[in-house]
Design a protein around this ligand. Structure first.
Ligand code: NAD
Length: 495
């Protein structure tokens, strides 16, 4: 497989290699306290596209202090409707700058522009629009208790929120957290993944232009083990919302004990996409291929395990293999590209290691699993057949374009395998038997179940998992609860 990449495009100037991208603290774009910067690369070419301020603990302190002032000051006390209007102004600005934001995200994260324009950007805008609408609709309730009292609840913003975001959907996942937190009246210190800081910084600029008061949204870029660690352990942070790896998630939970921070964690998965013999095999395998190869498999809900009934197993393997072979891999900026590079050299090596591990475990690699070219982190989409449930490639999150196809005998066997990992984020099931798919949906250990489809998310539906997939739900009304605390009020009517 070769890459459709036009290297002559490298004459295009990078985002701004000479002018470092600065932190956003208290409404000001500032260099980091230590004055250091780091490079951010285009994963398709390994070319430096920008330098970014490298924050540290001092910057985190300043950002948290600014967020606290803004929380006690303008943001919390502003009329809720006015908060909503400011968020809607940001929506307008994101639409106005849509092409620029999409190009930045594609360049920085190596994401095919077609996917960014189809999913990441519209989802980010939809999320912000949705929660702008919530801002003035967050309410408590009157609760009957006793005759001589009026008793009611109000929901109050939780305070200063640490938003820690991964590199696979920097803009979209970032907005999943920013939008509800801001709508609720919280203030934010955000730490983008160090591999993908650019879209967040641009959104920060646009937020100021939209009228967000200084200190409401602060962005401190830099390494997770320095900036992220200082932020999630900070004694004046009230809540951490995190998407990333289970290892970092565990550390965040430990750190939260210091001041009893509230925490929500979204930590990925090893989702099963189950195809029964009565399914529409063409539709199922088409969705299974995009379910694993979209965003080069770097998706928390990637359908990285395809479970196929023994009667259709060979056909499923064959169809997935053929689909993998024809995916157009190449320049993320080209609108016909379906598969871009993976995010980094480290991620590429980790994925290639898993391909080795799978072969050593005895699985059959039917296609792909090779680095393609020697510039950029391109990996040809890989299909493993003859995968046994216990193998590491079937149990561990690879976070790359690698699918394991596992054979099952019957419904009970499918469920046992589907539920047999440490994760519980999402699952898919394909069958024309309405009873069977409903039974599966009931018993699947998953926060989301897709029936005869795969991969959809919508801000109106809760999103999240349990066990190694984390806890807490994003989206919908659940996110409003994430960023508010209920308060009970008693009024004595007999005084
Ligand atoms: P990671 O968990 O290290 O990084 C996610 C975010 O956490 C980044 O912003 C990072 O800077 C920050 N971070 C890192 N160390 C931190 C610390 N000590 N305290 C606070 N924040 C910290 O993930 P990664 O190393 O970039 O990727 C490793 C694996 O994680 C992937 O291969 C994949 O399996 C998983 N992952 C899952 C998701 C998801 O959507 N659930 C996203 C990214 C990565």
């Amino acid at each position: 497989m070769s890459i459709a990449y036009d290297y002559s495009r490298e004459t295009t100037p990078p985002v701004s290699a000479s002018k470092p991208k600065l932190l956003l603290i208290d409404g000001q774009r500032v260099p980091s306290a230590c004055g250091r910067t780091f490079n951010t690369l285009n994963p398709a070419t390994e070319q430096v596209i920008a330098t970014v301020a490298e924050g540290n603990e001092v910057d985190v302190d300043r950002a948290v202090a600014a967020a606290r002032r803004a929380f006690e000051g303008p943001w919390r006390t502003m009329r809720a409707a006015e908060r909503g209007h400011i968020l809607l102004k940001l929506v307008d600005l994101m639409k106005k700058h849509a092409d620029e934001i999409a190009a930045l995200e594609s360049l920085d994260a190596g994401k095919p522009i077609s996917g960014v324009l189809r999913q990441d950007l519209p989802a980010a805008i939809d999320t912000l629009t949705y929660y702008a609408g919530w801002a003035d609709k967050i309410s408590g309730e009157v609760v009957s208790t006793r005759e001589d009292a009026l008793t009611y609840t109000v929901r109050e913003p939780i305070g200063v929120v640490a938003v820690v975001v991964p590199w696979n959907f920097p803009l979209m996942i970032g907005m999943w957290k920013l939008a509800p937190a801001l709508a609720c009246g919280c203030t934010i210190v955000m730490k983008p993944a160090e591999l993908t800081s650019l879209s967040a910084l641009r959104i920060g600029e646009l937020a100021l232009e939209a009228g967000l008061p200084p200190g409401v949204l602060n962005i401190v870029t830099g390494p997770g083990r320095v900036v992220g660690d200082a932020l999630v352990n900070h004694p004046d942070v009230d809540k951490v919302t995190f998407t990333g790896s289970p290892g970092v998630g565990r550390g965040i939970l430990r750190g939260a004990a210091g001041n009893f921070k509230r925490v929500s964690l979204e930590l990925g998965g090893k989702s099963a996409n189950v195809i029964f013999d009565d399914a529409n095999i063409e539709a199922a395998t088409k969705a299974a291929a995009s379910g694993i190869f979209f965003n080069a498999g770097q998706v928390c809900s990637a359908g990285s395990r395809v479970l196929a009934h023994e009667k259709v197993y060979d056909e499923v393997v064959e169809r997935l293999t053929q689909r993998a072979k024809v995916i157009r891999m190449g320049d993320p900026a080209d609108r016909t590209t379906a598969l871009g590079p993976v995010i980094s050299e480290k991620q590429m090596k980790s994925i290639l290691d898993y391909v080795d591990i799978g072969q050593k475990e005895g699985a059959l690699l039917t296609t792909g699993g090779q680095r393609v070219g020697d510039r950029g982190y391109f990996i040809s989409p890989a299909v493993f057949a003859d995968v046994k449930h216990e193998m590491r490639i079937s149990q561990e999150e690879i976070f790359g374009p690698v699918v394991s196809v596992i054979k099952f005998r019957d419904e009970a066997d499918a469920l046992r395998i589907a539920n047999g990992t440490a994760y519980s984020l999402a699952a898919g099931v394909w069958s024309r038997d309405i009873g069977r798919v409903q039974r599966f949906a009931k018993k699947a250990n998953a926060g989301t179940v897709w029936i005869n489809t795969y991969g959809y998310t919508d801000v109106r539906l809760p999103w999240g998992g349990v066990r190694d997939s984390g806890f807490g739900r994003e989206h919908g009304a659940a996110a409003i609860e994430n960023f508010t605390e209920p308060k009970a009020v008693w009024v004595n009517l007999n005084i």
